[in-house]
Every structure is written in C-alpha cells, then in structure tokens.
Design a protein around this ligand. Structure first.
Ligand SMILES: Nc1ncnc2c1ncn2[C@@H]1O[C@H](COP(=O)(O)OP(=O)(O)OP(=O)(O)O)[C@@H](O)[C@H]1O
Ligand SMILES: [Mg+2]
Length: 424
C-alpha cells in the first residue's frame, strides 16, 4: 500500500505539476496542466489560496499551512483546519442549499487542500460595503443561511446519535476554537501583547473599557457559553470578510473555525459586522455621502434578523424531528400553543446572547489583534478613531444591557444617536 505523500506546501510554480492528475480539477478547467495559469490570492491571513485558470475555466485551490500564513512558523496552527473546513462546507451545502457555499470539487486530507468553485464576479462583502454598495439580497440570503444551518445542525432536527457523532468529529478543532476564545473574549479586555488600537486617540476609552467590571464579567459569561454550549454546528467566523457577493448571489466561504457552539454566535458576529460597517461609513464619506448607506445597513440588520426568526420558526413547526421539544408533548396532544411558547423562549435566548456576542465582536475588531478593513482603510487616524470610539461605546451598551433590550428599533435608534453625537 502506498503511504500518503508527506505534506508539502504548493507554490504557483509547482501547482500544475502536482495537481495536473486530479481528475476533478482537470475535467473542469482543462486537462492540459502545462497551460494552467496560477495566481495566489493575497488577502487571507491563515492559508494559501490560488486561482487556477485552464483552457475551459478556473477553480480555487485552498491549502492550509502548518502555521499562520501571515505570521510564519513562529505561530504554528494544525493542518487539520482544512478537514474541518471541508466537512463544514458539505454540511452547510446540505442544510442551506448547494448555492449558499462554493461547490467542492476535491478534498485531499494529507495535503490539506480543497479544490472548489471559483466565485466570479463575486467580491468580498466587506469590500462592497466599504465601497458603499447596497446589495439587495444579503439580508434574506444570510438570514436563511443562518436559520437553516443552525436549526438543522442541532438536536431540534438531527437524531441524537448523528449529532453526537458530529459533535465528536468537530470537537477536535481545538486550536481554532482556542484562537477565538483568546482573541475574541479575553485579549481585548486586558493589555495582551498581540493587541493594538488607534493610539493615542483611543487610549482613555480603552483604559475605561478594560476597567469596566460589568463588561468583563459579561465577556467571560459569553466565553463560557461559547466554550460549553455545544448546541449546533456554527460557522465560527461569519463576518463580512467570509461572504462573497454579487447583486444577485450570496455565498458563505471559509468555515475553518466550525465547531459545535451556541446558536447565537454566528448571528451576533454577522450583525456586529453590519453595525461596524455603519459606524465606519463616515470615514469613507470622501467618496460620496453615506447617509443612504447607513440607513441601508440598519435595514439589513432588521431584515436579517426578521428572516432568521421567520425561517427558524418555520423549521420549528415543520421539521422538529430531533429529541428536543418533543412533538408528543405538544402538537400530538392538541397543544400547538405549548410548542409556540417554547419557540418564543428559544428565540428570546438567541436574541439575548446574540447581542452579547455582537458586542464583543465589535470590541475585538478595534482593541484586539484582528482588525477589519472597514476601519483600517480610513487613512486619517483622527477620523478613524472617532468612528471606532462610537462603535466601542455601542458594543459596550448592547453587551452589558443585553437582557434589558427589547428590540432592534431600540438598538438602531441608539446607533443613530451615537453616530450623530446626540448621546455619548
Ligand atoms: N471560492 C472562492 N472563489 C473566489 N475567491 C475566493 C474563494 N475562496 C477564497 N477566495 C478569495 O481568497 C481570499 C482568502 O480566502 P479565505 O478567506 O478562505 O482564506 P483564509 O486564509 O482562511 O483567510 P482568513 O484570514 O479570512 O481566515 C478571500 O478573501 C477571497 O478573496
Ligand atoms: Mg480563514
């Protein structure tokens, strides 16, 4: 029996020779690998991503490295993240529909590489929002994506055995969970060495947040839920940089952080990124007024949540085949209202936790290691700091007051007031 070849990182030069015999790739893009053109996409932090163009078409080859690409060998990270990305993509396609993620053509576990559909003319959603583009479908598409993947990956839908087996499979994604556990929930709230923030402009506010006992207790409560509440298969990194769009199409990419965690995590991270886009718009005003864009973004938040709720409720009524909230206790004995009461409670818990996760996501993007382009591309540091300070205060409010906030009207009104400077 042939031993699997040892892992070797691909390069632009070696890729055609090494993958030329991969039928799933050659049959799609063109069999003559000597004529393939390979380009590396430079904008990911963790992995190698290549666009391979043959005579017929193009495909994406994504390969993990035994370390973080952007940092180098001093920050090791296991190759198996590619295995989790592959398995998450197949489950998301099954649960949310094939058109919600890139199609997978080939997976090589030993080489930690995934060959997948090249999304074109798609762009990264974060980039589109910075450019002031109003995508018409993102709220509906992402609301459905989250409701379907989160519901169908949980004990509300799966058999207990299937879910526990899947839970065991993803439980090994320890190192990527550890990144989130530290970088999202802990590091932003003390002077961790990897942190950075716009300084000196934000220094006083950052010191205030790091001394904020209520905020730190809440952030740790959220970390506790993240680590211990294995409710469903979450994407784990569902921000606007993990979504590719055209006006008519929305695709979720890059689920290498997937694991069994709380329902509200993906929802909170996504909405936080819409709110951060909202607060960053004034930094991009030089390229045209952004009032309409701000209104659009708050509308996207409202619609995403509404679609999520509606679809989750629909699946609750029509697909509740798992062991939770057993129909024999409710519908089967003529008590559908009992099941509606339970649904209300489940949705309310997701709402409250979503606000908390959104708050810490805002903080970590401004105080931690991984910043986002929404703010980073604002060249004038004073302007950037003004945008960031507003977002930080907003994040603190929704995180600490999450049990007392009743609806998005209240939150979006707060966002508008903070943006206008009528509340500080
Ligand atoms: N299927 C695809 N079609 C087209 N472009 C893609 C596709 N997958 C990835 N890309 C491009 O490659 C970039 C990096 O991809 P991805 O985010 O999956 O890599 P990563 O190394 O995991 O990055 P991150 O730092 O976000 O974790 C994306 O921002 C996008 O521009
Ligand atoms: Mg990634």
């Amino acid at each position: 029996m042939n031993e699997a070849a040892a892992f070797q990182a691909l390069t632009v030069e070696t890729l055609p020779a090494r993958l030329g015999s991969v039928e799933a790739l050659a049959s799609r893009i063109g069999a003559d690998s000597s004529r393939w053109k390979v380009a590396e996409v430079g904008d990911g932090n963790l992995n190698l991503v290549f666009i391979v163009t043959g005579e017929k078409a193009a495909a994406i080859v994504k390969q993990a490295l035994p370390y973080v690409r952007l940092v180098g060998e001093s920050w090791p990270l296991p190759l198996k993240r590619s295995f989790f990305e592959y398995h998450a993509l197949t489950r998301q396609a099954a649960r949310a529909g094939a058109g919600s993620v890139p199609e997978i053509f080939h997976f090589d576990k030993g080489q930690s590489l995934i060959v997948m559909e090249y999304l074109t003319p798609h762009v990264i959603l974060r980039r589109a929002l910075i450019d002031g583009r109003m995508l018409p479908n993102i709220a509906a598409d992402l609301g459905l994506f989250m409701a379907r993947t989160l519901f169908r990956g949980s004990d509300l839908s799966m058999t207990a055995r299937a879910r526990k087996e899947d839970l065991a499979l993803f439980a090994d994604n320890v190192e990527l969970c550890d990144i989130t556990e530290n970088l999202v929930f802990t590091d932003p709230y003390y002077e961790a060495t990897l942190n950075r923030h716009t300084s000196p402009q934000l220094d006083a506010l950052v010191a205030e947040l790091r001394a904020d006992r209520d905020l730190k207790v809440e952030a740790q409560k959220l970390k506790h839920m993240f680590a211990a509440n294995a409710e469903t298969l979450v994407h784990g990194d569902l921000h606007s940089g993990s979504i590719m769009v055209t006006d008519g199409d929305t695709r979720v990419i890059d689920p290498e952080f997937a694991f069994y965690g709380p329902m509200a995590f993906d929802v909170g991270m996504l909405l936080a990124n819409f709110w951060m886009s909202f607060f960053s718009q004034s930094g991009h005003e030089a390229n045209g007024e952004r009032e309409t864009m701000r209104a659009y973004l708050l509308g996207v938040v409202v619609e995403t949540w509404a679609v999520f709720r509606a679809e989750f409720s629909h699946l609750w009524r029509t697909e509740r085949t798992g062991m939770l909230y057993d129909r024999r206790l409710f519908e089967d004995r003529g008590d559908p209202l009992g099941s509606e009461q339970a649904l209300d409670r489940v949705l309310h818990a997701i709402w409250v936790d979503m606000l908390g996760f959104a708050g810490v996501e805002v903080h970590r993007r401004i105080l931690g290691l991984a910043h986002n382009a929404d703010f980073e591309t604002i060249a004038d540091e004073n302007v950037r700091a003004t945008c960031e300070a507003k977002a930080l205060k907003f994040g603190r409010h929704i995180c600490v007051n999450r049990h007392r906030i009743h609806g998005l009207d209240e939150i979006n009104l707060l966002a508008v007031r903070i943006e206008k400077g009528t509340v500080s």
